[in-house]
Design a protein around this ligand. Structure first.
Ligand SMILES: Nc1ncnc2c1ncn2[C@@H]1O[C@H](COP(=O)(O)OP(=O)(O)OP(=O)(O)O)[C@@H](O)[C@H]1O
Ligand SMILES: [Mg+2]
Length: 283
């Protein structure tokens, strides 16, 4: 699959507030794409439009070649979704939760055991969802998204509120789905998550995509200082310009073994997004 998801000029308003104001995106099949933006930026709204839960005011969005306003039940089986409001039934076990989903979608029972195994919850099959840890709940939500063996996963803040170890388990599951050729569209407030997982990211702010690219590309674009910071073996720190003027001095420091560490000054994503939005992403 080449272009898995495409949007052209998507506009969506709620009352007088324009939440999405002309969103153009091209997301290739088989990549993990991250949509970042401050709280209230419209990330969930865009996922809802792409998955046929909401209709845009204008513009067109496609999953493959299909207009998302015309998605059928068969199309819905091609994607898995995790969102906050996709509640689980607390009193039902993990297995029973997935059984309910399997019945609604006419899926075989093998899809339940397969999905539980994929997220490492086989041993918790009989545990009520309400008794799971947050990390396990996150994995159960993923299990449900996997049940139709979808081509595309829409994961709305899949690690929100999780400790680093639980988040890392979810990251490993997402990366293994990518390795199986799946396309992943995720939203996150965590910059390290975006850097670790995403081939491309877009930053949504005040209705517009204000940056797009790989995390590394974006950070390089905002390296205003263009310096090299060098820590010397005698404990001192020094800076050299990040250009050919510094070549001789740098070479001497490396050859003589005096340079202990060398760092470029490109900012991290968090800093770039603060600069672009004036807001913290986690706010
Ligand atoms: N059904 C709705 N009716 C009215 N306003 C809505 C509706 N859904 C979303 N909004 C508003 O649209 C804006 C964007 O909401 P959305 O949930 O898409 O943001 P978000 O980027 O997902 O935020 P967060 O990071 O907090 O999840 C918010 O101001 C929200 O209040
Ligand atoms: Mg949201």
């Amino acid at each position: 699959m080449n272009c898995a998801i495409r949007t052209e000029g998507i506009v969506k308003s709620f009352g007088s507030r324009t939440v999405l104001d002309g969103i153009d995106l091209d997301i290739k099949g088989g990549e993990i794409f991250g949509l970042l933006g401050p709280s209230g930026a419209g990330k969930t709204t865009l996922i809802k439009i792409l998955t046929g839960q909401l209709t845009q005011d204008s513009g067109t969005s496609y999953i493959g070649r299909k207009d998302t306003r015309k998605l059928t039940g068969a199309d819905h089986k091609r994607f898995g979704i995790t969102m906050d409001n996709f509640g689980l039934y607390d009193r039902l076990s993990c297995y029973e939760n997935l059984l309910t989903f399997a019945r609604i979608h006419g899926l075989p029972k093998s899809s339940i055991t397969d999905a539980l195994a994929k997220v490492g919850l086989s041993d918790a099959a009989k545990t009520p969802a309400g008794k799971l840890s947050k990390g396990m709940t996150g994995r159960l939500k993923l299990a449900r998204a996997f049940m139709t063996d979808p081509d595309i996963l829409f994961l709305d803040e899949p690690t929100s509120g999780l400790d680093p170890v639980s988040a890392d388990e979810i990251h490993r599951i997402i990366l293994s789905e990518k390795a199986r050729g799946k396309t992943v569209f995720l939203t996150t407030h965590t910059m390290t998550e975006a850097e670790k997982l995403c081939g491309h990211i877009a930053l949504l702010n005040e209705g517009k995509i204000v940056e797009y690219g790989s995390p590394e590309e974006i950070c390089r674009r905002y390296d205003h200082q263009r310096m090299l910071k060098i820590h010397l073996s005698d404990g001192r720190d020094m800076e050299l310009p990040h250009n050919s003027d510094a070549a001789a001095a740098l070479s001497e420091l490396i050859v003589s073994g005096r340079a202990e560490t060398i760092h470029t000054t490109e900012p991290d994503l968090e800093t770039v997004f603060m600069e672009l939005t004036g807001k913290e992403l986690s706010a």
